[in-house]
Design a protein around this ligand. Structure first.
Ligand SMILES: [Zn+2]
Length: 502
């Protein structure tokens, strides 16, 4: 049977099932229920078989290694979307459930609100190729799991870093929403990029660990190898169902090396702008220089998920920091230096206009304590920095505020679940189950060969265990359906075009 006839057969089965449903419902016997289950399973299997024969899947590949899922996507935008939706179907369903629960919980808005924002505010400003890719994800996902999610669900989900913490607080202020939740923009990640006399052999070294809730972070375990029809080849980490890296760490085949840390206590949103997840994906796909990267990020800047972008161009050895506020922004660049990030803004104009509540002088806050640690750690290691050292730095547990070794909210490798203080700047309550959830690093030589190293879980190698945590902290019981153990994997190398475990 060809793919089309299998699809037809599956459709006929579906019609039969729909027609028979009232009969089963009327009898309600256990035998009928199991007959129903068997029928559903048969249909699901037929649907999967049909979809698995789809020629669009042919160039795609998936394998697992070191706690990561490696996914190769290739071709036209809709085909890449289909591959993504199909090969990560179960992970997308699972990730969507965890992320959407967090979005509705924190904002006190229902999911329909986010769908409406996706449809009415974001969709029309998404470039045609990414609209096609997002639609492809829906099609692949439905073929694989029978999911009911549509493209507006997937767009709202892709915007999970920008809608709840940028758009909603802006809207609450506009509409003077009574009892509006105290939403704060996230402040996630520790990162640096170094070049010239700072590194062991003068080349660029770039490294990043992703700070987020363990609920989401444990699922942030995809290595995407993307070979699009147009633009550059990309290798990046990412989240199932999301088209941008989103935490962000990626390299492209024209020499760009990209990461970021989020700007703490950022305020602002432009409803007429272009979604950040679209600009970030586009910049990694099409920018061949620091200038081009900056231009794409500024085009339609909506203020969402405002970051300090750390960039490197292995062709020139130059590195840069793009502090991308909404009202203000600033670009620093150098061929001999180091730039670090831990969620603080530094341009006086950005500080004044975009982060008016952020206190850059409070040495006890997580962003500033980590900033001090980066400064001392990078200075101590000037001229010695390489990827192996970067891996160690991402797992660092020195608390500069209390001048001691203790994994907590102020260390480069964050463990906020152990902190009685939490992080008030991000509205993370005491013992919030969040922190550094994975790490990545690369250098110019590796980037030329499209290689990165990555470690799932805390970059120090420590494990987070959900059950004892929830027993000790019942205030986080609402996360119980989604919160899982986050066990650290080994540092693992991935490269573009990798066939399987090597
Ligand atoms: Zn750690």
């Amino acid at each position: 049977m060809g793919a089309d006839s299998i699809r037809r057969a599956a459709a006929i089965l579906l019609v039969m099932l729909a027609g028979a449903a009232p009969w089963w419902a009327g009898n309600g016997a256990q035998a009928s229920a199991s007959a129903n289950d068997a029928m559903v399973a048969t249909i699901a299997a037929a649907r999967e078989r049909a979809a698995a024969n789809d020629p669009r899947l042919k160039p795609a590949l998936r394998f697992e290694e070191g706690g990561w899922i490696y996914l190769h996507l290739e071709g036209e935008p809709d085909a890449m979307g289909y591959q993504h939706g199909y090969l990560l179907g179960p992970e997308i369903e699972d990730g969507f459930a965890a992320v959407s629960a967090g979005m509705t919980h924190s904002t006190k808005r229902d999911w329909e609100f986010f769908r409406k924002a996706a449809k009415e505010m974001l969709w029309l400003k998404i470039d045609a190729e990414y609209q096609q890719e997002l639609q492809g994800i829906v099609e692949g996902l439905r073929a694989r799991t029978g999911s009911k999610l549509d493209v507006y669900d997937i767009v709202a989900f892709n915007a999970f870093e920008e809608l709840p913490d940028y758009y909603v607080p802006w809207l609450d202020k506009q509409q003077k929403t009574p009892n509006a939740p105290n939403l704060k923009s996230p402040g996630n990640c520790s990162a640096f990029v170094a070049t010239g006399s700072w590194t062991k052999d003068g080349q660029i070294v770039i490294a990043h660990n992703n700070w987020t809730s363990y609920k989401n972070g444990e699922r942030w375990r995809i290595v995407f190898d993307i070979a699009p029809k147009n633009g550059y080849r990309m290798l990046m980490d990412g989240f199932p169902g999301v088209i941008a890296s989103d935490d962000d760490f990626g390299i492209n085949s024209d020499g760009l090396m990209v990461t970021e840390t989020t700007i703490t206590q950022f305020e602002g949103w432009d409803p007429n702008g272009k979604a950040e997840f679209v600009r970030a994906r586009k910049a990694l796909q099409y920018a061949g220089s620091i200038d081009e990267y900056t231009k794409i990020m500024l085009d339609g800047n909506n203020g969402g998920y405002a970051n300090d972008w750390l960039l490197g161009d292995r062709k020139t050895g130059e590195i840069a920091q793009l502090e991308l506020g909404l009202k203000a922004h600033k670009l620093w660049r150098t061929k001999d230096g180091v730039l670090s990030g831990s969620n603080w803004a530094r341009d006086p104009k950005v500080l004044k206009e975009d982060t008016p509540k952020f206190d850059p002088n409070n040495k006890e806050s997580s962003p500033n304590a980590r900033r001090a640690r980066w400064e001392e750690l990078l200075k101590e290691n000037k001229g010695k920095i390489d990827v192996a050292l970067a891996e160690k730095m991402l797992g660092d547990h020195t608390d500069t505020a209390e001048k001691k070794e203790e994994a907590n909210e102020r260390t480069l490798c964050g463990h906020v679940d152990g902190s009685p203080r939490g992080i008030k700047e991000w509205d993370w309550e005491p013992y919030y189950p969040g922190g550094a959830v994975q790490g990545k690093a690369t250098d110019s030589t590796m980037a030329k060969e499209m290689r990165i190293v990555a470690r799932m879980g805390h970059p120090c190698g420590g494990d987070f265990l959900a059950k004892p945590f929830l027993a000790a902290h019942p205030e986080y019981a609402w996360q119980e359906p989604y919160l899982r153990d986050m066990k650290a994997g080994p540092w693992t190398e991935f490269r573009s075009g990798q066939a399987s475990k090597e």
